[in-house]
Design a protein around this ligand. Structure first.
Ligand SMILES: Cc1cc2nc3c(=O)[nH]c(=O)nc-3n(C[C@H](O)[C@H](O)[C@H](O)COP(=O)(O)OP(=O)(O)OC[C@H]3O[C@@H](n4cnc5c(N)ncnc54)[C@H](O)[C@@H]3O)c2cc1C
Length: 441
């Protein structure tokens, strides 16, 4: 069995360590942060995430899905909060099947569960407070910084599971000729805010929904937490006449929220403190190639393909990477280089497709969800899905509730749209002709 060094024990790092440990490999997982079980968690990343079919499948394979789902809150659809005081809310279910829902899960609880799943294997060891600074690609050697100085660790393979700003990927970029790298930032940043529980500990809005305040060029969303609170995320332009850059003083922040989110403000007693104290995060898409170097180094999760969060799929895709990599390593047990090549071939086009879908879904969430036409299209989608089971699947359903590869889902959705809109156009044309003939008589 091989010796793996994994860099990064975020969401995918812990899960991958469990997968590799289950196959009997010797695994050392190095994380720059302190142990999340000691209260040091995530630092500025989303507090909760939407977990769906792909992620749940990956957790099931390692036997921890039930444990994770005990902490999850089902979200059965979008609760739209339209602009304008007193306009009420509109609920739009995610699927025609009411049993299909996404799940709000705390990052801290999930991170702890995957790390503990890995630690159940005696051949997996986790080391916190070890920051990777460099990788020697040809020797599969990782250089790490600790409180007590530099540590050098050798392995058969080093895997970078160290997130969007991966140090492992950076070493590959510096040392591999023609390494392809592309990062693109949205003009929007995000800030997390809180709606605390009601005095009796209950949720102050509908609990089983993902709340959206769509405002055309920006939006706020809120996901429920098990303690009765909601974590809100404001996605807003960094720059511009009305933006993070120009809205800093308490009165300005208050005015902006009163104008845009009047129903949320009374539920947000710590709004001004949260706005001031919580960092403004950036939203990046990262594409790179290749994802491996010989049989020595590979990338998994955000390190290989960070996407913006608007399809709620970054973590789900990172978990799916773990499943696919495990399958490829099992297929070529004596040839990790081939396994990595197969893993890349199976994942790259899907990661690229997801990156595009995620950016497109931002426009859908912040702008289109508020419109009647969009809701009519969703209803038509659900009608067709019910009428043509297994034949017509809306894009959101394919991405969120199936494991159809992302690229295939995007392609199939385009084809379906062409057929549906083409047919609708023909029906409208026939009706128009019939009406014309009727009038002419
Ligand atoms: C606002 C927001 C909302 C999101 N919502 C969702 C959602 O609803 N659903 C969803 O599926 N995805 C969501 N995502 C995406 C999701 O967070 C990521 O896709 C997921 O965390 C990727 O997992 P990962 O393990 O690859 O990286 P990470 O979770 O980022 O973990 C990387 C780990 O590596 C460690 N590390 C980094 N550098 C080093 C180093 N040099 N040495 C050692 N350790 C290092 C980090 O400390 C971290 O623990 C969201 C992201 C954001 C920003």
């Amino acid at each position: 069995m091989a010796k793996f060094v994994l860099i990064g024990s975020g969401l995918a790092g812990g899960l991958l360590a469990a997968y590799l440990g289950r196959r009997g490999n010797d695994v050392d997982l190095y994380e720059r942060r302190a142990d999340p079980r000691e209260g040091n968690i995530v630092g500025g990343r989303s507090i909760n995430l939407a977990l769906s079919t792909r992620g749940i499948h990956a957790l099931e394979q390692i036997g921890i899905a039930d444990e994770v789902m005990r902490h999850a809150i089902p979200m059965r659809g979008r609760m739209i909060h339209p602009a304008g005081a007193g306009s009420g809310t509109i609920f739009a279910p995610y699927d025609v099947d009411p049993n299909k829902h996404i799940n709000s899960i705390g990052r801290a609880a999930l991170n702890t569960t995957v790390i503990e799943a890995a630690q159940r294997y005696p051949n997996v060891r986790v080391h916190f407070n070890h920051r990777c600074t460099d990788i020697d690609l040809t020797e599969a050697v990782a250089h790490l910084e600790t409180e007590n100085g530099q540590v050098i660790v050798r392995a058969d393979t080093v895997i970078g599971v160290d997130g969007a700003f991966s140090a492992v990927r950076q070493s590959m970029q510096l040392k591999i000729d023609n390494f392809e790298y592309d990062e693109s930032y949205l003009a929007h940043g995000y800030k997390e805010l809180t709606i605390p529980p009601a005095p009796d500990g209950s949720w102050q809005m509908e609990k089983e929904a993902l709340h959206i305040w769509p405002r055309k060029s920006f939006m706020m969303i809120a996901l429920p937490n098990p303690d009765g609170s909601f974590t809100c995320t404001l996605f807003w332009e960094f720059e511009g006449p009305r933006s993070f850059a120009t809205t800093k003083s308490d009165p300005d922040v208050r005015r902006f929220f009163d104008e845009e989110f009047p129903d949320a403000v009374p539920l947000m007693p710590t709004l001004l403190e949260d706005f001031k104290n919580n960092a403004t995060g950036s939203l990046v898409t990262i594409r790179c190639a290749p994802w491996s170097y010989k049989d020595k180094v590979a990338l998994v999760g955000d390190a290989a393909h960070a996407v913006v969060p608007f399809y709620g799929q970054g973590m789900n895709a990172a978990f799916e990477d773990c499943v696919v990599l495990d399958e490829c390593l099992a297929e070529f047990p004596q040839d990790r280089q081939r396994a990595f090549a197969k893993y890349f071939a199976r994942r790259k086009e899907n990661a690229d497709a997801l990156a595009d879908l995620a950016v497109e879904n931002f426009i859908e969430m912040r702008d289109k969800t508020a419109s009647r036409a969009f809701r009519a299209k969703k209803k038509l989608d659900h009608l067709l899905e019910a009428a043509l089971p297994g034949i017509y699947l809306p894009l959101y359903t394919m991405v969120t509730f199936t494991r159809i590869p992302y690229a295939q889902a995007a392609c199939r959705a385009r084809l379906q749209d062409r057929i549906v809109y083409g047919s609708l156009a023909i029906v409208v044309l026939i009706l128009a002709l019939l009406t014309f003939r009727f009038i002419a008589h």
